[in-house]
Ligand binder design. Structure first.
Ligand code: ADP
Ligand code: MG
Length: 257
C-alpha cells in the first residue's frame, strides 16, 4: 500500500511518430503542492489528461487517490477536479450562480451554502452577485478554481493556472493555491514559469524530452549547481539557472535580434 496521492510509473505516450512521454515516474505526497515544470510542448498537459482519465497511456501505470487510472477510472474522476487554461466560467451568470449551478449538477445538498463558502474562501463574497463576465482575469481564474472545488475533491490538477494573467492576478491565484494545500488538498500544477514553481511548490519535477530529468525540493534543485562566490556574498543559483543548466537554452524562441 502506498500513501502517495498521485503515483506515476513508467508512463509512455506517443502521438503517431511523436514520442511525447518516454517513461515518466513521480509521486506526489498528500496535501502537498507538486509542480510539473516544462517548456511549451514538453508533455505536461498530456500527463494531466492521463491522470484525469481523459487519455489512455500506451504503457505504465498511474494512480490517483489510491485508484488506478485505467481500471478504476470512475473512482479517479470522483477524486479529482481539473482546471485548465480555458476557464469553464459562464460569463452571463454571476459568480455565485456559477457555483450554485455546479453544485446542483453534482447533486449536492445545500448548493447555496456551498457557493457562499467558496466565495468567502476565494475572497469573492463582494463580487458574488456580479456577472462573471465583468470580473478581472484574476477573479475569473479564482472563480474557476473555486468551481472545480465544489464537492471537495482531495486532488486537484491545475494546468498552467496563471498563463495569460497579469502579475497582480497571478499573485491572487498563487495565494489561492497556497490556501488549497493548507486545507489538505493535493495540488498538481503544471507551469512553464520558473518563478511560479519557485513560489508555490513543495516539490518540483522537470519534464524534458519525455522523462522527469530532476525531481526535488527547490533547495535540492538549487544544490545541483554550485553557489557562485561573488566578492564576499555567496549568490545562490536561481531556479532559472538550474533549469537552463539542465535543459539548455530554449532555441525554439530565438529570433534574429
Ligand atoms: N491529441 C494529440 N495529437 C497529436 N499530438 C498531440 C496531441 N496532444 C498533444 N500533442 C503533442 O504532444 C506534445 C506535448 O503536448 P502537451 O502535453 O500539450 O505539452 P505541454 O502541455 O507541456 O505544452 C506537443 O508536441 C503536442 O503538439
Ligand atoms: Mg499544456
Amino acid at each position: 500500500m502506498t500513501s502517495a496521492a498521485i503515483r506515476v510509473r513508467g508512463i509512455r505516450k506517443s502521438f503517431g511518430e511523436l514520442d511525447v512521454l518516454r517513461g515518466v515516474e513521480f509521486e506526489v505526497a498528500p496535501g502537498s503542492i507538486f509542480a510539473l515544470l516544462g517548456s511549451n510542448g514538453a508533455g505536461k498537459t498530456t500527463i494531466v489528461r492521463i491522470l484525469s482519465t481523459l487519455l489512455k497511456a500506451d504503457a505504465g501505470t498511474a494512480s490517483v487517490n489510491g485508484f488506478d487510472t485505467a481500471s478504476a477510472a470512475n473512482d479517479v474522476r470522483e477524486s479529482i477536479s481539473l482546471t485548465g487554461q480555458f476557464a469553464a466560467v459562464d460569463e452571463v451568470l454571476t459568480g455565485r450562480e456559477n457555483l450554485v449551478l455546479i453544485a446542483q449538477l453534482r447533486h449536492l445538498k445545500h448548493p447555496g451554502r456551498i457557493a457562499d463558502d467558496l466565495l468567502a474562501r476565494f475572497s469573492l463574497t463582494d463580487a458574488g452577485g456580479r456577472k462573471a463576465g465583468e470580473y478581472s482575469g484574476g477573479m475569473r481564474r479564482r472563480l474557476d478554481i473555486a468551481m472545480s472545488l465544489v464537492g471537495n475533491p482531495p486532488v486537484i490538477f491545475l494546468d498552467e493556472p496563471t498563463t495569460g494573467l497579469d502579475p497582480q492576478s497571478r499573485i491572487e491565484v498563487w495565494d489561492t493555491v497556497r490556501k488549497l494545500a493548507k486545507n489538505g488538498t493535493t495540488v498538481l500544477l503544471t507551469t512553464q514559469y520558473l518563478d511560479e514553481a519557485e513560489q508555490l511548490a513543495d516539490r518540483i519535477a522537470i519534464l524534458h524530452e519525455g522523462t522527469i530529468i530532476q525531481n526535488g525540493t527547490l533547495d535540492e534543485l538549487k544544490r545541483l549547481l554550485p553557489a557562485a562566490k561573488v566578492e564576499y556574498v555567496e549568490k545562490q543559483p536561481t531556479l532559472e539557472e538550474v533549469f537552463l543548466a539542465l535543459v539548455g537554452p530554449d532555441t525554439s524562441k530565438e529570433d534574429a535580434s
